[in-house]
Design a protein around this ligand. Structure first.
Ligand code: UFG
Length: 324
């Protein structure tokens, strides 16, 4: 049984992936600094170690004390707006921190890594659906940090034999079907949890950022992918390491507009959502959705959640019974 080190395993996507790996028979060590992660989200079956990407000694301790076969690396800052106002924080953690992780891995003979990349590496799309050959021109420091790490992997492959798969997520959404894990960001900036909080009365309303986009209803279109489908793709990618190196999109291939999200959430919850229509948010492209052919072909992956209402239902269940 292989043991996987999940860096950032107490975060939203990380915690769901830890659960999926354990359910699939892998051994799991979770390393997290708990700055944004939640200790309550760490599966009791996993070993937890406190470690920080900025502290290479803490990383070396993890590899000294555990026999690790592969690493899945989620530990990153991911607020696009903050990356513009405080790029240093993003380059240090997301890029320098990843270099520390790679140094520690290689010093301990660990050469396999699956990485959280993002559709933000593409920047403003030249066409949709976006395939992996689409030019990468990220428009935020956050997107650039993810692209830099992808490029570092290519160089480390040639020089040190690194085996790597970077998964470029579109919009992660939803919560575990059994209600044990969910999305709990502070601050929360993502559309679906904000819509559900507005429905619950926890917020005055949802502000819709722009209604004049070149889309059928004027609001932005995104590809919302269920977090458990993301988790399954990470497990498949771990199993593929060594036979494939490169980048793979993870999306459903389906686009849903902001207005469609709000209507679906109203239907799932049975309550109206108070809405305020406001101006566009800087840097939001009109349409982003994935061509996921490569994920299907290389990983043998297929999203199980293809109806946005099913995705929102899991998020609504969590929103009403949050555990952290
Ligand atoms: N939106 C609103 N109101 C809100 C929040 C969001 O109208 O209060 C809209 C946005 O304009 C966008 C859509 O809802 O059209 C989704 O927005 P999110 O903030 O939930 O997600 P993004 O598409 O901006 O961000 C996601 C990931 C990022 C990643 C980015 C790549 O969360 O990590 O895609 O473009 F960088």
């Amino acid at each position: 049984m292989d043991t996987i080190l999940v860096m950032g395993g107490a975060g939203y996507i990380g915690s769901h992936t830890v659960k999926h790996l354990l359910d699939s028979g892998f051994g799991v060590v979770v390393a997290d600094n708990l700055v944004y992660g939640h200790s309550e989200s760490v599966d009791k079956r996993a070993k937890f170690v406190s470690a920080d990407l900025a502290d290479i000694n803490s990383l070396n301790n993890v590899f000294d004390n555990h026999k690790i076969d592969a690493v899945i690396h989620f530990a990153a800052y991911a607020y696009v707006g903050e990356s513009v106002s405080n790029p240093q924080k993003y380059y240090y953690n997301n890029v320098v921190g990843t270099l520390n992780l790679l140094q520690s891995m290689l010093a301990h003979g660990v050469k396999k890594i699956v990485f959280s990349s993002s559709c933000a590496t593409y920047g403003a799309p030249q066409y949709v659906p976006i395939d992996e050959k689409h030019p990468q021109n990220p428009i935020s420091p956050y997107g650039r940090t993810k692209l830099m790490v992808e490029q570092i992997f290519d160089d480390y492959e040639k020089a040190y034999g690194l085996q790597h798969i970077a998964l470029r997520y579109f919009n992660a959404a939803g919560c575990s079907a059994d209600g044990s894990l969910g999305e709990s960001h502070s601050p929360e900036t993502h559309l679906i949890p904000l819509v559900l909080k507005a429905i619950k009365g926890e917020r005055a309303d949802i502000k819709v950022f722009g209604t004049d986009y070149d889309t059928p209803d004027g609001t932005c279109i995104r590809d919302y992918i269920h977090v458990e489908d993301l988790a399954a793709a990470h497990r498949l990618a771990v199993e593929k390491l060594g036979t494939y190196n490169g980048c793979i999109n993870l999306g459903t291939g389906l686009g849903t507009s902001v207005k469609e999200i709000i209507s679906a959430a109203e239907e799932v919850s049975g309550h109206p959502c108070p809405v305020e229509y406001t101006s566009r948010r800087d840097g939001d492209p009109a349409k982003l959705f994935a061509d996921n052919t490569k994920a299907k072909e290389v990983l043998g992956w297929k999203p199980q959640y293809t109806d946005i209402k099913d995705i929102i239902r899991t998020a609504w269940d969590w929103e009403q019974n949050k555990k952290y």
